[in-house]
Ligand binder design. Structure first.
Ligand code: COA
Length: 288
């Protein structure tokens, strides 16, 4: 397989975009901020902890990008409103949003407390609603067009055992993007989702891929590797750009075929040495 092109876009692809990224101080959110800035966007990163947000803004400014941050708890609509106000003072009107902030942990569903269910659903589902509504109201008021992208997950359409609050909330986010893609098309607002499979980040892997689970996850990917951040962020930049104006209400899966591997009865052969696989298959050929 060829290696990923880390900078495939023309300079200025995202010029004119001011993108607010939730959870933009760390992990994939930070990688999205760097990629979109390298394509000419102004970047606002928001999250609960000031330190990583400040560090990301410093890195963005080192690249020559215009960037700002606001501390914000996406679960709280008033906090979201103040964050938009703060970053718009410095950067001008926000016209794109990446709903990236998430919370997740592994837990048998019968053991979930009220607070545990709430913690994840409020970050993922309510947080996405609070931010999307805030941007939507501002764009509609200004008669401006804009873009919303939600980072869901490959199990948003299938559900997933042991991460029930996340699975339920991500399914809700997908329904939200699809509903609004129809409702807000008249305002020139596009809404899409990206459903990533496993991409390595401290936040997700320390919570979800503990011990043997990381090895098991790798076995479900036909190419036996996790995604590279650039592979995801290239897709993000494309989906927020003028290269894809007709794409709305869509959900693009980027998982190295992990999802379809898991659903294919004979996929296991793909992981065997091909000669050994062929021998096994010919051994079960019906006798003439
Ligand atoms: N298993 C079961 N319950 C858990 C849990 C786990 N692994 N982790 C947290 N909880 C429960 C807590 O016990 C608490 O419930 P309780 O009050 O009934 O005891 C509830 O969830 C809230 O936990 P708390 O830590 O107070 O919430 P928070 O708002 O500070 O944190 C989380 C939210 C739990 C989602 C936390 O993991 C987080 O902040 N995550 C953000 C980053 C992240 O998850 N990244 C990965 C994305 S893939």
């Amino acid at each position: 397989m060829t290696s990923v092109d880390r900078n495939p876009f023309r300079a200025g692809l995202l010029e004119g975009r001011t993108i607010l990224i939730t959870g933009g101080g760390t992990g994939l959110g930070r990688s999205m901020a760097l990629k979109c800035a390298s394509a000419g966007a102004k970047i606002a990163v928001v999250g609960r902890r000031e330190e990583p947000l400040k560090a990301t803004v410093a890195d963005l400014e080192k690249m020559g990008a215009r960037a700002d941050f606001a501390t914000c708890d996406v679960r709280d609509s008033a906090s979201v409103r103040s964050a938009f106000n703060k970053v718009e003072e410095g950067l001008g009107p926000v016209n794109a949003l990446i709903n990236n902030a998430a919370g997740n942990f592994l837990c048998a569903s019968e053991d979930l407390s009220d607070n545990a269910f709430d913690a994840v659903v409020k970050i993922v589902l309510y947080g996405t609603f609070n931010c999307t509504r805030e941007l939507g109201q501002r764009l509609i008021e200004r008669k401006a067009t804009g873009d919303v992208l939600a980072i869901v997950t490959s199990y948003a359409t299938t559900g997933s055992a042991f991460v029930l609050p996340s699975a339920a909330a991500k399914a809700g986010v997908l329904a939200m993007m699809r509903s609004l893609a129809v409702e807000w098309a008249t305002y020139g607002i596009r809404l899409n989702a990206i459903a990533p499979g496993p991409f390595k980040t401290e936040g997700a892997f320390s919570r979800l891929m503990v011990g043997e689970l990381e090895k098991q996850a790798l076995k479900r990917v036909p190419s036996r590797r996790f995604g590279d951040h650039d592979e995801l962020t290239n897709l993000v930049a494309y989906m927020l750009s003028d290269a894809s104006p007709y794409q709305t209400g869509d959900c693009v899966t980027i998982d190295g075929a992990e999802g379809i591997f898991s659903g294919q009865q004979f996929a296991g052969f793909a992981h065997l040495d091909r000669t050994a696989a062929k021998e096994m298959m010919s051994a079960v050929k019906p006798k003439k």
